[in-house]
Design a protein around this ligand. Structure first.
Ligand code: MRU
Length: 360
């Protein structure tokens, strides 16, 4: 792929002509660029569960198209019947992954849209549902760009930035969240030096972040997760930028497993730790990180998945949580599309939402 062309690669798209959800299969990157063309609820559930589409905003967008596709060919003769089918499909899709709130956020938004138009014919409701899914994707592009601009306002040129997992264009409608300030800065000649944690066990940093930054012409260096401390101690890192899957009302933030360790290291070395969070990822109904459901995944992801031979004795016990919670006191700021929230987060996050309500 040519430098700069990375934004042409859409993680989630809808093909109106064929009525298919088109997903870039992220489990195959960086070795293969293959698009999945999906129509059924089951195949879309599996794509989310298997991380063929992943990253909180991209999961939300895929789910929005997924629920539309689930009811697109419904022959329900009444709104009540249509709504019943919608709710059953919604519950099914929502069960694919538990931690990223964008999944339920997008599905709830689609349901609200359906209910708002209940007086219309079923055919018209289907049309507004497709429009709503398109809007969710379009808005995400604006959200990511705006987060990038706010994020960049906190940075000086020529600094080192560390990131964990993948919160880039592949995880969103476009631009990413944590990588958005890096992309915008890169266009403006900021000359950032980015360190990407490989992010065990599914290697989103190695396979996806290093891939997309490299293709965008960003100076990126891949490190193993256990190397974050050495690059910080050497003075190579001046800021940490990460994405998130769910932010609680008090600012505690769930993100890919290992994020919390990076935040603790950043505090030790006096490095600001920034979380980039679309408001769709902030869950004010969740009081603290204690209330966030952490997904646990198949042990084979740790022992076998990326190796030619198993790298652990068969039968050995494995703990494979997919996310951890970074305590709010380790977070320097939470960057949203409505501004930058700082401690105390229980107040500043509410202010972010009141700005959102005023604008909409
Ligand atoms: O398991 P994944 O790959 O879906 O986890 C992704 C992350 O943890 C991202 O950092 C988060 O979803 C933010 S993406 C903008």
């Amino acid at each position: 792929m040519m430098n700069g062309k990375i934004f042409d690669l859409e993680a989630v798209a809808y093909d109106e002509e064929t009525g298919e959800l088109v997903l870039l299969d992220q489990t195959l990157l960086p070795n293969e660029t293959k698009f999945l063309r999906l129509k059924t609820q089951k195949s879309i559930w599996e794509a989310i569960f298997l991380l063929q589409v992943r990253g909180a905003p991209a999961i939300g967008i895929a789910a929005a198209y997924g629920i539309y596709l689930a009811v697109k060919d419904s022959v329900a003769g009444s709104f009540e019947k249509f709504s019943e089918e919608f709710v059953a499909a919604k519950e099914y899709l929502n069960s694919a992954r538990p931690t990223a709130v964008n999944l339920s956020w997008a599905l709830n938004r689609m349901q609200e849209c359906m209910e708002l138009h209940k007086e219309k014919s079923i055919a018209e409701i289907k049309n507004v549902l497709l429009k709503e899914a398109n809007d969710i994707k379009e808005e995400d592009i604006w959200v990511c760009k705006t987060i990038g601009e706010f994020g960049l306002s906190l940075l000086e040129p020529n600094i080192g930035i560390l990131t964990h997992c993948n919160a880039g264009t592949l995880a969103t409608g476009k631009y990413g969240t944590a990588l958005s300030p890096i992309y915008i800065g890169n266009e403006q000649g900021y000359n950032f030096k980015v360190f990407a944690d490989e992010t065990r066990p599914l290697l989103q940093g190695a396979r996806l972040t290093a891939y997309e930054l490299y293709h965008a012409g960003v100076d990126v260096t891949l490190i193993c997760d256990n190397m974050a401390s050495i690059v910080m101690k050497k003075g190579w890192i001046q800021a940490v930028f990460v994405g998130c899957d769910r932010v609680a009302a008090n600012g505690d933030t769930a993100n890919k497993i290992g994020t919390s360790g990076v935040a603790i290291l950043a505090k030790r070395y006096g490095i600001p730790f920034y979380v980039c969070a679309p408001t769709s990822t902030i869950d004010l109904n969740c009081e603290t990180g204690e209330d966030i459901h952490i997904e646990e995944r198949n042990p084979l992801e740790v022992t076998t998945q990326w190796y030619e031979k198993p790298m652990a004795l068969e039968g050995v016990k494995v703990f494979n949580p997919s996310f951890d919670v970074t305590d709010h006191d380790l977070i320097t700021a939470i960057i949203t599309e409505y501004g930058i929230a700082k401690a105390p987060y229980d107040q500043s996050l509410k202010e972010i939402f009141s700005k959102k309500t005023k604008k909409s």
